[in-house]
Design a protein around this ligand. Structure first.
Ligand SMILES: NC(=O)c1ccc[n+]([C@@H]2O[C@H](COP(=O)([O-])OP(=O)(O)OC[C@H]3O[C@@H](n4cnc5c(N)ncnc54)[C@H](O)[C@@H]3O)[C@@H](O)[C@H]2O)c1
Ligand SMILES: [Fe+2]
Length: 389
Protein backbone atom coordinates (compact mmCIF):
# COMPACT_ATOMS: atom_id res chain seq x y z
CA UNK A 1 0.00 0.00 0.00
CA UNK A 2 1.24 3.51 -0.81
CA UNK A 3 2.44 5.28 2.36
CA UNK A 4 0.31 8.23 3.43
CA UNK A 5 -0.26 10.71 6.25
CA UNK A 6 -3.71 11.65 7.53
CA UNK A 7 -4.18 14.61 9.89
CA UNK A 8 -7.31 16.32 11.10
CA UNK A 9 -8.87 18.40 13.86
CA UNK A 10 -8.45 16.73 17.23
CA UNK A 11 -12.03 17.07 18.37
CA UNK A 12 -15.27 17.55 16.41
CA UNK A 13 -18.67 18.01 18.07
CA UNK A 14 -21.68 17.50 15.78
CA UNK A 15 -24.72 18.51 17.80
CA UNK A 16 -27.63 20.87 17.21
CA UNK A 17 -27.54 23.46 20.00
CA UNK A 18 -23.91 22.88 21.06
CA UNK A 19 -23.36 26.62 20.60
CA UNK A 20 -25.18 27.16 23.92
CA UNK A 21 -22.23 25.48 25.67
CA UNK A 22 -19.57 27.71 24.08
CA UNK A 23 -18.56 29.28 27.43
CA UNK A 24 -17.89 25.86 29.00
CA UNK A 25 -16.08 24.63 25.91
CA UNK A 26 -13.91 27.77 25.95
CA UNK A 27 -13.17 27.30 29.65
CA UNK A 28 -12.14 23.67 29.00
CA UNK A 29 -9.49 25.07 26.66
CA UNK A 30 -8.41 27.48 29.41
CA UNK A 31 -9.71 30.47 27.45
CA UNK A 32 -10.70 33.29 29.81
CA UNK A 33 -10.80 36.26 27.41
CA UNK A 34 -12.06 34.97 24.03
CA UNK A 35 -12.10 36.91 20.79
CA UNK A 36 -14.92 36.07 18.38
CA UNK A 37 -13.88 36.60 14.75
CA UNK A 38 -16.81 36.99 12.36
CA UNK A 39 -18.41 39.20 9.68
CA UNK A 40 -21.26 41.68 9.49
CA UNK A 41 -23.56 39.25 7.67
CA UNK A 42 -23.34 36.87 10.64
CA UNK A 43 -24.00 39.65 13.15
CA UNK A 44 -26.98 40.93 11.15
CA UNK A 45 -28.74 37.56 11.10
CA UNK A 46 -28.35 37.34 14.88
CA UNK A 47 -25.84 34.50 15.06
CA UNK A 48 -23.76 36.25 17.72
CA UNK A 49 -26.68 36.15 20.17
CA UNK A 50 -26.32 32.56 21.42
CA UNK A 51 -22.61 33.16 22.09
CA UNK A 52 -23.37 36.46 23.82
CA UNK A 53 -25.99 34.76 26.02
CA UNK A 54 -23.73 31.83 26.88
CA UNK A 55 -20.76 34.04 27.82
CA UNK A 56 -22.93 36.41 29.88
CA UNK A 57 -24.50 33.49 31.77
CA UNK A 58 -21.02 32.37 32.83
CA UNK A 59 -19.93 35.95 33.61
CA UNK A 60 -17.25 35.69 30.93
CA UNK A 61 -16.13 38.83 29.07
CA UNK A 62 -15.41 38.50 25.38
CA UNK A 63 -14.49 40.78 22.51
CA UNK A 64 -15.63 40.56 18.92
CA UNK A 65 -13.93 41.49 15.65
CA UNK A 66 -16.83 41.60 13.17
CA UNK A 67 -15.16 43.20 10.16
CA UNK A 68 -14.14 40.12 8.17
CA UNK A 69 -15.18 40.38 4.51
CA UNK A 70 -15.63 37.62 1.93
CA UNK A 71 -12.29 36.44 0.53
CA UNK A 72 -10.44 38.32 3.28
CA UNK A 73 -7.65 40.63 2.10
CA UNK A 74 -4.39 41.00 4.04
CA UNK A 75 -5.35 44.32 5.65
CA UNK A 76 -8.42 42.75 7.28
CA UNK A 77 -6.33 39.94 8.73
CA UNK A 78 -3.81 42.47 10.05
CA UNK A 79 -6.57 44.64 11.60
CA UNK A 80 -8.00 41.57 13.31
CA UNK A 81 -4.57 40.64 14.70
CA UNK A 82 -4.07 44.20 16.00
CA UNK A 83 -7.53 44.07 17.59
CA UNK A 84 -6.72 40.77 19.30
CA UNK A 85 -3.48 42.16 20.71
CA UNK A 86 -5.20 45.37 21.88
CA UNK A 87 -7.79 43.32 23.76
CA UNK A 88 -5.19 40.97 25.19
CA UNK A 89 -7.24 37.91 24.27
CA UNK A 90 -6.16 34.40 25.21
CA UNK A 91 -8.23 32.36 22.77
CA UNK A 92 -9.97 32.77 19.40
CA UNK A 93 -13.41 31.61 18.20
CA UNK A 94 -14.05 31.72 14.46
CA UNK A 95 -17.76 31.98 13.64
CA UNK A 96 -18.92 32.07 10.02
CA UNK A 97 -18.07 30.80 6.58
CA UNK A 98 -14.58 30.05 5.30
CA UNK A 99 -13.68 33.75 5.28
CA UNK A 100 -14.24 34.19 9.03
CA UNK A 101 -12.73 30.82 9.92
CA UNK A 102 -9.58 31.43 7.87
CA UNK A 103 -9.16 34.87 9.44
CA UNK A 104 -9.65 33.39 12.93
CA UNK A 105 -6.92 30.80 12.27
CA UNK A 106 -4.43 33.50 11.33
CA UNK A 107 -5.39 35.73 14.25
CA UNK A 108 -4.90 32.84 16.70
CA UNK A 109 -1.41 32.35 15.30
CA UNK A 110 -0.19 35.89 14.65
CA UNK A 111 -1.54 37.38 17.91
CA UNK A 112 0.57 34.85 19.80
CA UNK A 113 3.64 33.87 17.79
CA UNK A 114 4.95 37.31 16.82
CA UNK A 115 5.40 36.13 13.23
CA UNK A 116 4.58 38.40 10.29
CA UNK A 117 1.82 37.48 7.83
CA UNK A 118 4.19 38.13 4.91
CA UNK A 119 6.59 35.44 6.21
CA UNK A 120 4.17 32.52 6.56
CA UNK A 121 2.75 32.07 3.04
CA UNK A 122 3.22 28.64 1.51
CA UNK A 123 3.56 25.23 3.05
CA UNK A 124 4.98 24.73 6.57
CA UNK A 125 6.50 28.21 6.93
CA UNK A 126 4.88 28.71 10.37
CA UNK A 127 7.33 28.39 13.26
CA UNK A 128 5.38 29.63 16.30
CA UNK A 129 2.38 28.42 18.30
CA UNK A 130 -1.17 29.70 18.11
CA UNK A 131 -3.65 30.58 20.86
CA UNK A 132 -6.40 28.05 21.68
CA UNK A 133 -8.78 28.01 18.70
CA UNK A 134 -12.45 26.99 18.27
CA UNK A 135 -13.99 27.01 14.78
CA UNK A 136 -17.75 27.11 14.18
CA UNK A 137 -18.79 26.93 10.50
CA UNK A 138 -22.06 28.59 9.48
CA UNK A 139 -21.95 27.53 5.81
CA UNK A 140 -21.89 23.88 4.80
CA UNK A 141 -19.06 24.44 2.41
CA UNK A 142 -15.36 25.00 2.78
CA UNK A 143 -14.60 22.53 5.57
CA UNK A 144 -12.11 25.11 6.84
CA UNK A 145 -12.75 23.82 10.40
CA UNK A 146 -10.79 20.68 9.51
CA UNK A 147 -8.22 21.98 7.02
CA UNK A 148 -4.71 23.20 7.88
CA UNK A 149 -5.21 26.02 5.37
CA UNK A 150 -6.02 29.74 5.42
CA UNK A 151 -6.61 31.61 2.18
CA UNK A 152 -5.92 35.33 1.92
CA UNK A 153 -6.55 37.75 -0.96
CA UNK A 154 -3.14 39.22 -1.68
CA UNK A 155 -3.71 41.36 -4.78
CA UNK A 156 -6.55 42.60 -6.98
CA UNK A 157 -7.16 39.20 -8.50
CA UNK A 158 -4.87 36.86 -6.59
CA UNK A 159 -5.14 34.69 -3.48
CA UNK A 160 -2.45 32.89 -1.56
CA UNK A 161 -2.60 30.01 0.87
CA UNK A 162 -0.93 29.42 4.21
CA UNK A 163 -0.68 25.74 5.04
CA UNK A 164 0.46 24.30 8.36
CA UNK A 165 -0.88 21.81 10.92
CA UNK A 166 -0.71 24.72 13.39
CA UNK A 167 -3.85 26.09 11.66
CA UNK A 168 -6.02 23.11 12.61
CA UNK A 169 -8.21 24.21 15.53
CA UNK A 170 -8.45 22.51 18.93
CA UNK A 171 -12.12 21.85 18.35
CA UNK A 172 -14.76 22.25 15.63
CA UNK A 173 -18.43 22.70 16.51
CA UNK A 174 -21.04 21.67 13.92
CA UNK A 175 -24.38 23.17 14.91
CA UNK A 176 -27.16 23.43 12.30
CA UNK A 177 -29.10 25.92 14.41
CA UNK A 178 -26.57 28.45 13.04
CA UNK A 179 -27.19 27.64 9.38
CA UNK A 180 -30.99 27.83 9.07
CA UNK A 181 -30.82 31.44 7.82
CA UNK A 182 -28.25 30.77 5.10
CA UNK A 183 -29.88 32.06 1.87
CA UNK A 184 -30.84 29.42 -0.74
CA UNK A 185 -28.25 30.43 -3.33
CA UNK A 186 -25.41 30.44 -0.76
CA UNK A 187 -26.61 27.08 0.62
CA UNK A 188 -26.60 25.60 -2.88
CA UNK A 189 -23.24 27.07 -3.92
CA UNK A 190 -21.37 26.21 -0.71
CA UNK A 191 -22.93 22.73 -0.80
CA UNK A 192 -21.65 22.18 -4.34
CA UNK A 193 -18.21 23.39 -3.17
CA UNK A 194 -18.27 20.66 -0.53
CA UNK A 195 -19.33 18.06 -3.12
CA UNK A 196 -16.42 19.14 -5.32
CA UNK A 197 -14.05 18.71 -2.35
CA UNK A 198 -15.24 15.11 -2.02
CA UNK A 199 -15.13 14.33 -5.76
CA UNK A 200 -11.69 15.87 -6.27
CA UNK A 201 -10.30 14.20 -3.12
CA UNK A 202 -11.54 10.81 -4.36
CA UNK A 203 -9.88 11.27 -7.76
CA UNK A 204 -6.77 13.14 -6.55
CA UNK A 205 -3.67 11.89 -8.36
CA UNK A 206 -1.02 11.83 -5.63
CA UNK A 207 -2.19 11.67 -2.03
CA UNK A 208 -5.49 9.76 -2.31
CA UNK A 209 -5.65 7.27 0.57
CA UNK A 210 -8.13 4.89 2.24
CA UNK A 211 -9.26 7.47 4.84
CA UNK A 212 -9.87 10.20 2.29
CA UNK A 213 -11.78 7.70 0.11
CA UNK A 214 -14.10 6.67 2.94
CA UNK A 215 -14.70 10.26 3.98
CA UNK A 216 -15.35 11.42 0.41
CA UNK A 217 -17.98 8.74 -0.16
CA UNK A 218 -19.79 9.38 3.12
CA UNK A 219 -19.62 13.13 2.48
CA UNK A 220 -21.23 12.71 -0.94
CA UNK A 221 -24.03 10.58 0.48
CA UNK A 222 -24.88 13.27 3.03
CA UNK A 223 -24.43 16.21 0.68
CA UNK A 224 -26.21 14.97 -2.43
CA UNK A 225 -29.15 13.60 -0.45
CA UNK A 226 -29.69 16.82 1.49
CA UNK A 227 -28.62 19.72 -0.71
CA UNK A 228 -32.02 20.23 -2.36
CA UNK A 229 -33.91 20.09 0.95
CA UNK A 230 -31.41 22.37 2.74
CA UNK A 231 -31.57 24.86 -0.14
CA UNK A 232 -35.33 25.06 -0.58
CA UNK A 233 -36.50 24.21 2.93
CA UNK A 234 -33.78 25.91 4.92
CA UNK A 235 -35.40 25.43 8.32
CA UNK A 236 -35.10 21.63 8.08
CA UNK A 237 -32.54 21.17 10.86
CA UNK A 238 -31.81 17.54 10.02
CA UNK A 239 -30.95 18.44 6.41
CA UNK A 240 -28.86 21.38 7.62
CA UNK A 241 -26.92 19.22 10.10
CA UNK A 242 -26.31 16.64 7.35
CA UNK A 243 -24.88 19.39 5.11
CA UNK A 244 -22.58 20.65 7.88
CA UNK A 245 -21.34 17.15 8.61
CA UNK A 246 -20.99 16.33 4.90
CA UNK A 247 -18.95 19.48 4.33
CA UNK A 248 -16.78 18.63 7.33
CA UNK A 249 -16.14 15.07 6.09
CA UNK A 250 -15.34 16.41 2.62
CA UNK A 251 -12.97 18.92 4.26
CA UNK A 252 -11.17 16.10 6.06
CA UNK A 253 -10.90 14.23 2.75
CA UNK A 254 -9.43 17.07 0.71
CA UNK A 255 -7.18 18.30 3.51
CA UNK A 256 -5.35 15.00 3.06
CA UNK A 257 -5.97 14.30 -0.63
CA UNK A 258 -5.99 17.70 -2.30
CA UNK A 259 -8.36 19.23 -4.84
CA UNK A 260 -7.44 19.66 -8.49
CA UNK A 261 -8.55 21.16 -11.81
CA UNK A 262 -12.10 22.18 -10.78
CA UNK A 263 -10.60 24.42 -8.11
CA UNK A 264 -7.75 25.57 -10.39
CA UNK A 265 -10.31 26.80 -12.94
CA UNK A 266 -12.67 28.18 -10.29
CA UNK A 267 -10.13 30.47 -8.58
CA UNK A 268 -9.59 32.85 -11.54
CA UNK A 269 -13.39 33.29 -11.80
CA UNK A 270 -13.41 34.47 -8.19
CA UNK A 271 -10.36 36.66 -8.72
CA UNK A 272 -11.50 38.44 -11.90
CA UNK A 273 -15.29 38.39 -11.60
CA UNK A 274 -15.88 38.12 -7.84
CA UNK A 275 -18.01 35.04 -8.41
CA UNK A 276 -18.40 33.32 -5.00
CA UNK A 277 -16.13 30.30 -4.54
CA UNK A 278 -18.84 27.62 -4.54
CA UNK A 279 -20.59 29.05 -7.59
CA UNK A 280 -17.27 29.27 -9.49
CA UNK A 281 -16.82 25.57 -8.84
CA UNK A 282 -20.37 24.77 -9.94
CA UNK A 283 -19.82 26.64 -13.21
CA UNK A 284 -16.87 24.48 -14.32
CA UNK A 285 -17.54 21.21 -12.46
CA UNK A 286 -19.28 19.10 -15.09
CA UNK A 287 -16.99 20.31 -17.89
CA UNK A 288 -13.88 19.33 -15.90
CA UNK A 289 -15.43 15.95 -15.02
CA UNK A 290 -16.21 15.36 -18.69
CA UNK A 291 -12.58 16.20 -19.53
CA UNK A 292 -11.28 13.85 -16.80
CA UNK A 293 -13.62 11.00 -17.71
CA UNK A 294 -11.08 9.18 -19.91
CA UNK A 295 -8.63 8.97 -16.97
CA UNK A 296 -10.84 8.36 -13.95
CA UNK A 297 -14.05 6.84 -15.27
CA UNK A 298 -13.67 3.93 -12.86
CA UNK A 299 -13.33 6.25 -9.85
CA UNK A 300 -16.33 8.35 -10.89
CA UNK A 301 -18.29 5.12 -11.35
CA UNK A 302 -17.30 4.01 -7.83
CA UNK A 303 -18.89 7.22 -6.49
CA UNK A 304 -22.26 6.57 -8.17
CA UNK A 305 -23.91 4.67 -5.26
CA UNK A 306 -22.84 7.41 -2.81
CA UNK A 307 -24.18 10.19 -5.01
CA UNK A 308 -27.61 8.71 -5.74
CA UNK A 309 -29.34 5.36 -5.66
CA UNK A 310 -31.17 6.48 -8.80
CA UNK A 311 -28.00 6.09 -10.92
CA UNK A 312 -28.12 2.90 -13.00
CA UNK A 313 -25.16 0.71 -12.01
CA UNK A 314 -25.48 -1.59 -15.04
CA UNK A 315 -23.05 -0.86 -17.84
CA UNK A 316 -19.38 -0.05 -18.27
CA UNK A 317 -17.49 2.21 -15.87
CA UNK A 318 -17.52 4.83 -18.60
CA UNK A 319 -21.33 4.66 -18.87
CA UNK A 320 -21.83 4.81 -15.09
CA UNK A 321 -19.35 7.71 -14.84
CA UNK A 322 -21.29 9.53 -17.57
CA UNK A 323 -24.49 8.96 -15.60
CA UNK A 324 -22.77 10.50 -12.53
CA UNK A 325 -21.83 13.60 -14.54
CA UNK A 326 -25.36 13.87 -15.96
CA UNK A 327 -26.82 13.53 -12.45
CA UNK A 328 -24.64 16.38 -11.17
CA UNK A 329 -25.54 18.57 -14.16
CA UNK A 330 -29.24 18.02 -13.37
CA UNK A 331 -28.63 18.71 -9.67
CA UNK A 332 -27.01 22.08 -10.44
CA UNK A 333 -30.01 22.98 -12.63
CA UNK A 334 -32.45 21.92 -9.89
CA UNK A 335 -30.60 24.16 -7.44
CA UNK A 336 -31.35 27.10 -9.74
CA UNK A 337 -27.73 28.24 -9.75
CA UNK A 338 -26.51 30.27 -12.75
CA UNK A 339 -25.61 27.80 -15.46
CA UNK A 340 -22.94 29.40 -17.63
CA UNK A 341 -20.10 31.89 -17.56
CA UNK A 342 -21.84 34.18 -20.07
CA UNK A 343 -24.62 34.73 -17.50
CA UNK A 344 -21.96 35.85 -15.01
CA UNK A 345 -20.62 38.58 -17.29
CA UNK A 346 -17.64 36.60 -18.60
CA UNK A 347 -16.93 37.41 -22.27
CA UNK A 348 -15.34 35.07 -24.82
CA UNK A 349 -12.37 37.43 -24.89
CA UNK A 350 -11.76 36.87 -21.14
CA UNK A 351 -11.04 33.18 -21.62
CA UNK A 352 -7.35 33.60 -22.48
CA UNK A 353 -6.66 35.58 -19.27
CA UNK A 354 -8.67 33.12 -17.17
CA UNK A 355 -6.85 30.16 -18.72
CA UNK A 356 -3.41 31.71 -18.18
CA UNK A 357 -4.28 32.31 -14.52
CA UNK A 358 -5.66 28.79 -14.06
CA UNK A 359 -2.39 27.36 -15.41
CA UNK A 360 -0.56 29.17 -12.58
CA UNK A 361 -2.41 26.98 -10.05
CA UNK A 362 0.23 24.28 -10.43
CA UNK A 363 -0.16 23.19 -6.78
CA UNK A 364 -3.73 22.14 -7.70
CA UNK A 365 -3.23 20.98 -11.27
CA UNK A 366 -0.62 18.39 -10.27
CA UNK A 367 -3.40 16.59 -8.37
CA UNK A 368 -5.63 16.25 -11.42
CA UNK A 369 -6.14 12.68 -12.62
CA UNK A 370 -5.53 13.77 -16.22
CA UNK A 371 -2.69 16.11 -17.28
CA UNK A 372 -4.08 19.54 -18.22
CA UNK A 373 -2.62 21.82 -20.95
CA UNK A 374 -3.34 25.48 -21.60
CA UNK A 375 -5.40 24.52 -24.65
CA UNK A 376 -7.41 22.06 -22.54
CA UNK A 377 -8.18 24.78 -20.00
CA UNK A 378 -9.30 27.20 -22.73
CA UNK A 379 -11.55 24.50 -24.18
CA UNK A 380 -13.10 23.75 -20.76
CA UNK A 381 -13.77 27.47 -20.14
CA UNK A 382 -15.33 27.74 -23.62
CA UNK A 383 -17.67 24.89 -22.77
CA UNK A 384 -18.47 26.44 -19.39
CA UNK A 385 -19.16 29.72 -21.19
CA UNK A 386 -21.96 28.03 -23.09
CA UNK A 387 -23.34 26.11 -20.14
CA UNK A 388 -23.58 22.93 -18.18
CA UNK A 389 -23.06 19.79 -20.30
N1 LIG B 1 -9.46 27.07 4.66
C1 LIG B 1 -9.85 26.31 3.69
O1 LIG B 1 -9.54 25.12 3.67
C2 LIG B 1 -10.68 26.86 2.60
C3 LIG B 1 -11.17 26.00 1.61
C4 LIG B 1 -11.95 26.54 0.59
C5 LIG B 1 -12.23 27.91 0.58
N2 LIG B 1 -11.72 28.73 1.56
C6 LIG B 1 -12.00 30.17 1.60
O2 LIG B 1 -13.24 30.36 2.27
C7 LIG B 1 -13.85 31.56 1.77
C8 LIG B 1 -15.27 31.27 1.31
O3 LIG B 1 -16.02 30.81 2.40
P1 LIG B 1 -17.60 30.55 2.31
O4 LIG B 1 -17.93 30.04 0.97
O5 LIG B 1 -17.95 29.69 3.47
O6 LIG B 1 -18.26 31.98 2.42
P2 LIG B 1 -17.92 33.32 3.26
O7 LIG B 1 -17.31 33.02 4.56
O8 LIG B 1 -17.18 34.23 2.36
O9 LIG B 1 -19.40 33.88 3.54
C9 LIG B 1 -20.24 34.27 2.48
C10 LIG B 1 -21.40 35.10 2.99
O10 LIG B 1 -22.33 34.27 3.67
C11 LIG B 1 -22.76 34.89 4.89
N3 LIG B 1 -23.13 33.83 5.82
C12 LIG B 1 -22.33 32.84 6.29
N4 LIG B 1 -23.03 32.03 7.10
C13 LIG B 1 -24.28 32.52 7.15
C14 LIG B 1 -25.49 32.08 7.82
N5 LIG B 1 -25.51 30.98 8.55
N6 LIG B 1 -26.59 32.81 7.65
C15 LIG B 1 -26.59 33.90 6.87
N7 LIG B 1 -25.51 34.35 6.19
C16 LIG B 1 -24.37 33.67 6.35
C17 LIG B 1 -21.56 35.69 5.33
O11 LIG B 1 -21.95 36.75 6.17
C18 LIG B 1 -21.00 36.19 4.00
O12 LIG B 1 -21.64 37.38 3.63
C19 LIG B 1 -12.96 32.06 0.65
O13 LIG B 1 -12.09 33.05 1.14
C20 LIG B 1 -12.17 30.82 0.26
O14 LIG B 1 -10.94 31.14 -0.35
C21 LIG B 1 -10.98 28.21 2.57
FE1 LIG C 1 -13.54 24.72 -2.40
Amino acid sequence: MTPFVFSTTKSIVSEIGVINRIADISADLKITRPLVVTDQGIVQVGLLQPLDRAFKQQGMEYSCFDRVVADPPEHIVLSAVAYAKQHNVDGVIGLGGGSSLDTAKLVALLANSGEQLADIYGVDAIRGKRLPLILIPTTGGTGSEVTPIAIVTTGDTTKAGIVSPELLPDIALLDASLTVGLPPQVTAATGIDAMVHAIEAYTSAIKKNPYSDLLAKQALTLLSNNIIEATFNGTNLAARQAMLLGACLAGQAFANSPVAAVHALAYPLGGHFHIPHGLSNALVLTQVMQFNLSHCGELYAQLAPSISDSIDLDGSNEQIAQAVIDFIARLIKQLKLPENLAQMGVADSDIVTLANDAMLQTRLLINNPKPVSLDDVKQIYRQAHQGIV
